[in-house]
Ligand binder design. Structure first.
Ligand code: HEM
Length: 165
């Protein structure tokens, strides 16, 4: 220590400060890179995941249907099986769940928005979307079911207005 001259001490300190500054610059650069990668990943995930709200769907290109049309697709008579959620019509033919003897056969050919919100398979809640005020938690339930169906089944049409029945 005694042999360390003042100039050596200063040079050593400068080197240490320089190393610290260079490290900070590299760290800053790599954190920007990481942030960019994260953003790209989130954007890619957003693109590939289903839109949670119907407004993002290509509404204009969907066939307009009435509730009566949907009700005819109830799994009887060999027709395709439809269910409606939030006025969007899903083709659920490929699932056994909506066959007449399936666990959710009661849903086949119906608007099931309110039923899903309430998690209730009772017939009294079928075909009621737009006619009742739903509590917030039921709306949230219904919306997450919508996303589930959107991911799993094709949307083949939309209900224009329940008054058309
Ligand atoms: C004891 C109660 C319940 C049990 C054990 C149960 C069980 C299940 C199981 C195992 C599935 C997956 C079926 C599959 O992948 O094919 C399912 C799907 C489903 N459950 Fe339930 N569930 C129950 C109650 C309910 C209730 C009350 C509702 C009312 C809304 C409901 C609505 C649904 C729906 C909509 C599906 C999706 C079917 C599909 O993939 O299209 N469940 N349930």
């Amino acid at each position: 220590m005694e042999n360390l001259s003042l100039s050596q001490f200063i040079i050593g300190s400068i080197i240490l400060v320089a190393i610290y500054v260079i490290y900070q610059i590299f760290d800053y650069r790599s954190s920007i890179k990481r942030a960019e990668q994260n953003t790209q990943q989130v954007q890619a995930e957003e693109k590939s995941s289903s839109p949670p709200n119907p407004e993002k769907l290509e509404i204009a290109s969907l066939k307009l249907m009435t509730l009566k049309d949907v009700q005819q697709h109830n799994g009887l008579g060999g027709k395709r099986v439809f269910v409606a959620i939030k006025n969007f019509v899903f083709d659920v033919t490929n699932s056994d769940a909506y066959k007449p003897d399936g666990p959710y056969g009661v849903f086949a050919g119906h608007d099931i928005s309110i039923s899903l919100g309430k998690m209730n398979i009772s017939e009294e809640f079928l075909d009621m979307y737009g006619t009742v005020t739903q509590p917030e938690d039921e709306i949230a339930n219904m919306n997450s079911w919508f996303s589930y169906f959107y991911t799993k089944y094709p949307v083949i049409g939309r209900l224009d207005d329940k008054k058309q029945n």
